[in-house]
Design a binder for this molecule. Structure first.
Ligand code: NAD
Ligand code: ADE
Length: 414
């Protein structure tokens, strides 16, 4: 078995973490139970590029248990947990990832995860899609299709779809209701603040927290920060989202204005150059900056490195940049996804739904192989509903059912 990880001796800690989350991912467990005898993934090669932490490991294990040959790489240099990689290798899954890889190694790992010529792609950020379309077309000849986890990956795939260059069908997991309504909003809301609090050991109450982007993630971050007693400021470029934020009771202003008064800044736009040198120089001493968006392009680290006169590690995950004006700007997790670089990612109960969607959609791709076009598809509504229903059941929640009369009433115009 091939692999490239940091240290196999970390496997027991990794195993414990995986065992723990399993107990809180009942939907994924119920799918495994339903299909285990049928072995629907027997003979199927799966390549995954995901944030390699315990919940992801459980998805990989379930896929293996359903018969798949799984190869995994990371989807961000700082979101990989070495203990988890060790546990997966110990369980017979090929892993190509370690925390802190450089760009060259990161890209090599993606190719290694693809080198068994997969049938199914599980992507988070569309880096596998990029590798298969740009540099390694020879590795995509057996691909039946795949799934994309996040907003940024879906944006990239939509661009490929528009240009009609997609070479296999992909499904936008992010756009399913059971993904963005819960994962992006509640998941990122909680886990990003966990990342801030764990790495700084500071409080949020009474602080001015600036949230850049009031999309699904931004809404969640703002809501949870408000719950912790922060005074939340939102920056936006979309008039409707800005209005929504204002009516939620947040202050809304341009970043140039927010830069002067914020204590903590969290970007979640999926866009580039949200905080740049024009903002760094306006900030208060000891301002704390972090990013929850997929790529590390939201805070311009290049510009910060250029204008800083000194850089120092202040705590695990906290880098202080000393500016000419005497102020220190603290950046968490090197400007990479703060919830994964400085914490364990989303709660298990949340990833249960996101990964149930991934697994059920992968099974759908197999059931429909040869019938799909090389396009970007939405997750079938039945899969989205099935995940919601299974989650409600696991939470012991029953809901009302439409009566025949109610159905008829809703369908009539008279
Ligand atoms: P979204 O499209 O719902 O929201 C993005 C918002 O940012 C939009 O409202 C947009 O108008 C706004 N925006 C764009 N440019 C801006 C600018 N210059 N200034 C201020 N606002 C701007 O996207 P989302 O689902 O919230 O995802 C945001 C990012 O977070 C993506 O990169 C996504 O992949 C990532 N994500 C991260 C996690 C995580 O675990 N950290 C989870 C889910 C998604
Ligand atoms: N854990 C695994 N994948 C994740 C993701 N995309 N976001 C947050 N936590 C995760």
């Amino acid at each position: 078995m091939e692999y490239d990880i940091k240290d196999l001796s970390l496997k027991n800690i990794g195993r414990e973490k995986i065992e723990w989350v399993k107990d809180f991912m009942p939907v994924l467990s119920s799918i495994e139970k339903k299909y285990i005898d049928k072995q629907p993934l027997k003979g199927i090669r799966v390549s995954m590029a995901l944030h390699l932490e315990a919940k992801t490991a459980y998805l990989a294990i379930v896929m293996k248990n359903l018969g798949a040959e799984v190869r995994v790489s990371g989807s961000n240099p700082l979101s990989t947990q070495d203990q988890i990689c060790a546990a997966l290798v110990d369980m017979g899954i090929s892993v190509f990832a370690y925390r802190g890889v450089d760009n060259e190694t990161y890209n090599r790992h993606l190719v290694q995860a693809l080198s068994h010529k997969p049938h199914i792609i599980i992507d988070d950020g569309a880096d596998l899609a990029h590798a298969l379309h740009k540099k390694h077309p020879e590795l995509r000849e057996n691909v039946y299709g795949g799934c994309e986890e996040t907003t940024t990956g879906v944006i990239r795939l939509k661009a490929m779809d528009r240009q009609k260059i997609l070479k296999y069908p992909m499904f936008a997991i992010n756009d399913a209701d059971c993904k963005h309504l819960f994962d992006n909003r509640f998941g990122t809301g909680q886990s990003s603040l966990e990342g801030v609090m764990r790495s700084t050991n500071l409080s949020l109450f009474g602080k001015k927290v600036v949230v850049a982007g009031f999309g699904w993630c931004g809404k969640g971050i703002a809501e949870k920060a408000k719950g912790f007693g922060a005074n939340v400021i939102v920056t936006e470029v979309d008039a409707v989202k800005a209005l929504e934020a204002a009516m939620e009771g947040y202050e809304v202003m341009p970043m140039k204005q927010a830069a002067k008064i914020g204590d903590i800044f969290i970007t979640s736009t999926g866009n580039i150059d949200i905080i740049t040198k024009e903002h760094f120089v306006l900030m208060k001493n000891n301002a704390i900056l972090c990013n929850a968006g997929h790529f590390d392009c939201e805070i311009s680290m290049k510009q910060l490195n250029k204008i800083a006169v000194k850089k120092e590690d202040r705590r695990n995950g906290v880098t202080g940049y000393h500016l000419k004006n005497g102020n220190v700007i603290n950046v968490l997790g090197e400007g990479r996804l703060v919830n994964l670089a400085c914490s364990d990612g989303h709660a298990a109960e949340i990833m249960d739904m996101s990964f149930a969607l991934q697994l059920l959609t992968a099974l759908y791709v197999l059931d429909n192989k040869g019938k799909l076009e090389n396009r970007l598809y939405n997750v079938p509504v039945e899969i989205d509903r099935a995940v919601a229903e299974a989650k409600l059941e696991s939470m012991g929640i029953c809901i009302d059912v439409l009566s025949a009369e109610q159905k008829k009433y809703l369908e009539s115009w008279e």
